[in-house]
Design a protein around this ligand. Structure first.
Ligand code: ZN
Length: 405
C-alpha cells in the first residue's frame, strides 16, 4: 500500500529542460507523471496511485521560476507612469513625487504585516501565472531598521504561501542622503546582522549611473562574499561601466539587466559561468533598448529570465508575456526562453537540484497548459491557457473558466 503514488497525471505532453545546470533546450515527450510526498517519482510509466488525473493531452511544464522581483513593497506609482508616458523628464517625475524614494517613504512607514499582506497579493498573482518559485529583495528601506523589516517580511511571506521564496538583501538599491562612503560602513554592519539571523542568502547591488559607483559596488560584493553570501548585481542597465565583468570575476552568481554590456565583457561572463538575468518587461515598460541576448547566448553565456516586478520601472509579472518579449525582442528561441524561465532561473537561485524541471527526484511543481504547441506560449501569451498549477504535488490553482452567460 505504501508503494502507491499519491497522484498520477496521465496523458500529458511533458516539455522540460533536464538536469541541474543551465540549459537551452527541452525534452518533449508523451508520458505520465507519478508523484509521491510532493516529489516526482516516475515519468515513464503510470504507477498505481491513490488519485488519477487525466491530463487530456495538455502540455506539462515545470512551474516557472522568477529569478528577479522587488517584492515586497507597498503602494503604487501610476502617476509616475502616466507622466513618463506623456514624455516628461526624470526630473519632472521626481518633482511630482515619483522615483524610488516615493516607495522608500511608504515602505518605511509600513509594518511587517503591511508588507506581508501586499506581498501575499502579489504571490497570488504570480501563482495564477504559473510561478511556483520566486526571488524577493529588500531595497526600499535604505537603513538598517527598514531593510531588516523587509527581510523579516520575506521570511514571514514564505511561511504563508505555497511557493518557494529566495531572499536577497539589496540594501544598496539607491544612494541615501549620507552618501556612499558613510552608507558602506552602515551596510557592512547590517550585513553581519543579516548573516547571523539568516535573513538572506544573496546580496545584490545596483551599480549604475545615478546609483552606486563601481568602487562601492565592488567592495560591497567582495565583503559580502567574505561573510559567506552569494552575490548578484544590477549591472549596466543604464550605462556601459564594465561592472558586469568585474562582478563576474569576483564570483557573482548572476549579473542582471545588461542592456549596455560591452562586447569584451561577454567572454568573461562565459568563462566564469556567470548567468545573465534578462528582464525584457522592464525594457518594454520603460520603452528602452533590449539586452543583447543573442550576442550573450551565441558567445556561451547562459541566460535566465525574470520579471523585475516592481512599482516604478515594471509592473508586468506574467512569464507568458515575458516569454513573448524574449522571443520577439530578445530573439531567443522558444526552448531557450522556457529553459531560461525554469531551470536557468532555478540555477540562479541555487535551487536547480529541487525545482526547474520535470524529473524524478525533483519537487512536483508542474503547470498544465492547454495549447496545441509550445510556440503558443509566446504567440498567444495569455494566462488563460494555464489550466492547473501543482506545487509539491498539490493542486494550488485551477482555472475553471466559470463564466456564466
Ligand atoms: Zn531589479
Amino acid at each position: 500500500m505504501t508503494n502507491l503514488a499519491d497522484l498520477n497525471i496521465f496523458n500529458v505532453k511533458i516539455a522540460t529542460p533536464a538536469g541541474k545546470t543551465p540549459s537551452r533546450s527541452l525534452k518533449v515527450f508523451e508520458g505520465a507523471i507519478s508523484i509521491k510526498d510532493g516529489k516526482i517519482i516516475s515519468l515513464t510509466q503510470a504507477l498505481p496511485a491513490r488519485y488519477e488525473m487525466d491530463g487530456k493531452g495538455m502540455f506539462a511544464l515545470p512551474g516557472f521560476v522568477d529569478a528577479h522581483t522587488h517584492i515586497p513593497f507597498v503602494g503604487q506609482r501610476s502617476k509616475e507612469f502616466i507622466l513618463r508616458a506623456e514624455g516628461k523628464s526624470y526630473e519632472e517625475l521626481l518633482k511630482n513625487g515619483g522615483g524610488i524614494y516615493s516607495t522608500v517613504n511608504l515602505v518605511r512607514k509600513a509594518s511587517v504585516e503591511d508588507l506581508v499582506q501586499s506581498a501575499q497579493k502579489h504571490a497570488r498573482w504570480l501563482l495564477k501565472a504559473g510561478v511556483t518559485t520566486f526571488e524577493c529583495k529588500s531595497g526600499y528601506g535604505l537603513n538598517k531598521k527598514d531593510e531588516i523589516k523587509q527581510l523579516k517580511a520575506i521570511k514571514e511571506l514564505s511561511s504563508k504561501i505555497p511557493q518557494n521564496v529566495v531572499a536577497t538583501f539589496l540594501g544598496a538599491h539607491a544612494v541615501p542622503p549620507q552618501g556612499e562612503k558613510a552608507y558602506l560602513l552602515e551596510l557592512k554592519e547590517t550585513l553581519k546582522f543579516v548573516k547571523e539571523e539568516e535573513l538572506a542568502e544573496f546580496v545584490d547591488v545596483f551599480c549604475d549611473e545615478g546609483a552606486f559607483s563601481i568602487e562601492f559596488s565592488y567592495e560591497l560584493l567582495r565583503y559580502s562574499k567574505e561573510l559567506g553570501f552569494k552575490v548578484r548585481a544590477h549591472a549596466e542597465e543604464l550605462s556601459g561601466n564594465g561592472f558586469a565583468a568585474m562582478a563576474s570575476q569576483i564570483g557573482a552568481v548572476s549579473v542582471d539587466h545588461l542592456l549596455k554590456i560591452k562586447e569584451n565583457e561577454i567572454p568573461v561572463l562565459a568563462a566564469n559561468k556567470t548567468m545573465a538575468v534578462l528582464m525584457p518587461a522592464t525594457s518594454f515598460f520603460l520603452k528602452t533598448d533590449y539586452a543583447p541576448a543573442r550576442k550573450l547566448l551565441d558567445n556561451g553565456v547562459y541566460v535566465a529570465l525574470g520579471s523585475d516586478f516592481n512599482p516604478g520601472s515594471n509592473t508586468f509579472y506574467s512569464p507568458f508575456f515575458i516569454i513573448h518579449l524574449a522571443v520577439n525582442h530578445l530573439k531567443m528561441s522558444v526552448e531557450e526562453a522556457i529553459s531560461a524561465y525554469t531551470l536557468n532561473s532555478a540555477y540562479v537561485l541555487g535551487m536547480s537540484d529541487k525545482v526547474g524541471s520535470i524529473e524524478v527526484g525533483k519537487q512536483a511543481d508542474i503547470i498544465l497548459l492547454d495549447i496545441p504547441s509550445l510556440d503558443h506560449i509566446p504567440y498567444l501569451p495569455t494566462e488563460e491557457t494555464l489550466k492547473i498549477v501543482f506545487k509539491n504535488g498539490r493542486k494550488v490553482f485551477e482555472n475553471k473558466d466559470n463564466i456564466s452567460w
